[in-house]
Design a protein around this ligand. Structure first.
Ligand code: NAD
Length: 497
């Protein structure tokens, strides 16, 4: 019988009151594994109230004590990574090694946040004016809301909550309803690490939960990651309610392959970045742009590698797992139908895949299209599946123009052996994260992650110093310690002397 997954509030399971539930499935088998409680407004209020109540004591807990908890959390996570990876595979479907990689990249942000005493340091200026000193401090905001997508159920929340918590905020995480168990597991890990109850809370649900957080007067900030239409909605609604919002959206990531590139390397990386996690990565490569006369050779090399991939249950050592839901599978198949109908050349057809799995999993195999043009829906839309499109252009300039005309600007890669071309590309391309002979250029935790254009709403990217900035606000203190006899009336604007 399927288990019931609830919310987490004040260090304990909180039974929601809505009576609404959704199914959580194992995408490799199609089996329903749990019923997830979906919050109503009363549940939102209850969970936010717990986070708000825990804030004063946590913000006043010394940095030394706060970071001790972070270090303890890091140790536990590191020791039990495989458990979390197994949870991810069971609900998301990505293969175990990929799930393990996801946890490792999330852990990097925990490690970065362990350095909060250094990151949060202010500045001090002695004698800025005669006998006047000035210093700046950064303080936490209050309750931070974190709303995450299905495709990185552990890593994406970890882009935010370690920094928010280390900086002295309390958090409410609203995971994707498709794979919520990772965040519930993390909640228990925090408790084991010694985090005070109420600092880390989990609110499960759908639009009702999201809307509740966006409008709640006690939620100070929203960090959102998901598709572009919802990111834009979250940004507009959250800021209208006076909140600080960072909202990361969808993507269409290109790989520009110049004629001088190592085509074997480019083909390997196109396959890795196109089909890893079944293409359900916001940094997946979905469009390969072949420059000059290399199209035929490059497509042949990608095809050779693609047909050898094993698709199946992520626990069986396969290369690629299923899509997350039956609806996602049908959507991706629909795009393949549309690409064929629009006249693109279907080089490898994933609709006919025979997966290594039991049951009724949601599989589409790796799919390769050639001669794709920019008006086709397989090019214009974010498919979020294992479908790689090759677009051919005549020149570098045409390739850059094509990439810069795209509405998204999350990640991009150039493959070349020409350093000058790469340098020019990094300067000219309108994309937030650029790889040079690196197909998935996800920044390290001490840099910031975020795209441009329709891939991010707001001005703050995730983690790195921008993350610290997002979860704190600045205060500047100007002080003078003088003999009282130096006082006196002066109604003019303060001037430096
Ligand atoms: P999604 O937009 O459907 O859902 C994201 C979150 O929003 C979930 O928690 C969901 O419950 C909530 N939500 C869904 N519909 C809503 C609505 N109408 N109103 C309010 N809240 C709503 O995204 P997804 O399918 O879970 O994730 C895939 C998308 O996320 C892709 O577009 C991918 O590119 C994007 N993504 C972007 C990044 C990035 O860094 N830019 C990272 C990961 C994923």
């Amino acid at each position: 019988m399927a288990t019931t997954l609830q919310h987490w509030k004040n260090g304990a399971v909180y039974e929601g009151t809505s009576g609404r539930f959704s199914d959580v499935t194992n995408p490799a088998t199609g089996e329903v594994t749990a019923q997830l409680a979906l919050a109503n407004e009363a549940d939102v209020d209850a969970v936010v109230a717990a986070a708000a109540a825990a804030f004063p004591a946590w913000r006043d807990t010394s940095l030394a004590k706060r970071t001790q908890v972070l270090f303890a959390f890091r140790e536990l996570l590191n020791a039990r990574k495989e458990e979390l990876a197994a949870i991810i595979t069971a609900e998301h479907g990505k293969v175990l090694s990929d799930a393990y990689g996801e946890v490792s990249r999330g852990q990097e942000v925990v490690e970065f946040a362990c350095g909060m005493p250094h990151l949060i340091k202010g500045a001090f200026t002695e004698n800025a004016s005669t006998k006047v000193d000035v210093h700046s401090i950064r303080q936490p905001l209050g309750v931070a809301g974190i709303i995450s997508p299905f495709n990185f159920p552990a890593m994406v929340p970890m882009w935010f909550f370690p920094i928010a918590i280390a900086a002295g905020n309390t958090v409410v995480v609203k995971p994707s309803e498709k794979d919520p168990t990772s965040v519930l597991w993390i909640a228990e890990l925090w408790q084991e690490a010694g985090l005070p109850d109420g600092v880390f809370n989990v609110l499960n649900g759908d639009k009702v939960a999201v809307d509740g957080l966006l409008a709640h007067p006690d939620v100070a900030s929203i960090s959102f990651v998901g598709s572009t239409p919802i990111a834009q909605y979250v940004y507009e609604t959250g800021t209208r309610h006076g909140k600080r919002v960072q909202a990361l959206g969808g993507a269409k990531n290109h790989m520009l392959v110049l004629p001088d590139a190592d085509l074997d390397l480019a083909a390997d990386q196109a396959v890795n970045a196109g089909y890893g996690s079944a293409g359900e990565r916001c940094m997946a490569i979905s469009a390969v742009v072949a420059v000059g006369g290399i199209g035929d050779e490059l497509v042949t090399k990608i095809k050779e590698r693609t047909v050898g991939l094993r698709t199946g249950d992520g626990t069986r050592g396969c290369d690629m797992g299923p899509l997350v839901t039956a609806a996602a599978r049908d959507r991706v198949s629909g795009y393949i139908d549309a690409g064929e109908a629009a006249g693109a050349t279907l080089v490898v057809d994933g609709r006919t895949v025979e997966p290594d799995a039991d049951g009724e999993g949601f599989f589409v195999g790796p799919t390769l299209f050639d001669h794709v043009s920019t008006e086709m829906s397989i090019y214009t839309d974010e498919i979020f599946g294992p479908v790689l499109s090759v677009v051919r252009v005549d020149s570098y300039d045409e390739g850059v123009e094509l990439i810069n005309s795209n509405r998204y600007g999350n990640g991009v890669a150039i493959f070349t052996n020409d350093g000058g071309a790469a340098r020019r590309f990094q300067n000219e391309v309108s994309v937030g994260m650029v790889g040079i002979n690196v197909p998935v250029p996800v920044p390290m935790a001490y840099y910031s992650f975020g795209g441009w254009k329709a891939s991010l709403f707001g001005d703050t990217h995730a983690h790195g110093v921008e993350g610290v900035h997002f979860f704190t606000r600045g205060k500047v203190i100007t002080s003078r310690w003088l003999d009282p006899s130096h006082g006196g009336l002066n109604l003019g604007f303060p001037q430096n002397t």
